[in-house]
Design a protein around this ligand. Structure first.
Ligand SMILES: [Mg+2]
Length: 213
């Protein structure tokens, strides 16, 4: 297990509360295209790629237009409806203060990532966009990341698969038990607890240096 290296963060419901913007964008898609979309169902799956969610509501021939509609509405709505989750800025700061890179690894398309980050003033060192599940695991391995922080079981499984320490936050649609069952090494109450946990993680690293691989 790597203990030094970049720290990856999921974006939606880990660093930012994007739920209001996501739900408003889906409602706008439903209104524009005349399709009934169950927002509660969308909410339960939040964290997957847009293309995969679109497939639940549109036939194959309409999916590209639906995704384009969603992104257009999302970029318009994100500035007013995106909120920083407690502790997010300090968590990125703690990683930087330790001399490591804070990297956002997200299923969101880059087109939607930038207005979301700008809305809350977050500035990660790097962004890897449009990856989910096993793709996140591949990115974390390529980065040589030490930790991945996320809010979904898929995030925890990706962390576990890539050999990083998967850290859960219950600020999305999933509770601690579900995140632990999916492979979380620990679940913080929120990112406000991240800096002290990370300091301890780094301290343990310095104590064990030479004894780990
Ligand atoms: Mg998420």
């Amino acid at each position: 297990m790597r203990v030094a290296g970049p720290v990856g963060f999921d974006l939606d419901m880990t660093l930012i509360n994007s739920r209001p913007a996501i739900m408003a964008a889906w409602q706008a898609v439903a209104d524009e295209l005349g399709v009934s979309i169950d927002l509660a169902e969308v909410d339960r799956r939040m964290g997957i790629k847009l293309e995969d969610e679109v497939a639940y509501w549109f036939p194959a021939t309409g999916r590209a237009d639906a995704a384009a509609s969603y992104r257009r509405h999302y970029v318009r709505l994100a500035p007013a409806l995106t909120f920083l989750l407690p502790g997010a800025a300090a968590a990125l700061g703690a990683v930087g203060a330790a001399g490591e890179l804070a990297v956002v690894v997200t299923a969101k398309h880059r087109v939607s990532v930038q207005p979301s980050l700008a809305a809350v003033g977050l500035q990660p060192d790097e962004v890897v966009a449009h990856v989910h599940g096993p793709e996140k695991a591949a990115v974390l391995a390529r980065l040589g990341a030490a930790v991945y922080v996320g809010d979904t079981p898929a995030d925890m499984a990706a962390g576990r698969a890539s050999g990083v320490v998967p850290v859960g936050v219950p600020t999305g649609s999933f509770g601690p038990a579900e995140l632990i069952a999916a492979g979380a090494q620990l679940v913080l109450g929120s990112l406000t607890e991240f800096p002290s946990w990370y300091a301890g993680f780094r301290y343990d690293l310095s104590m064990q240096s030479g004894s780990w691989e």
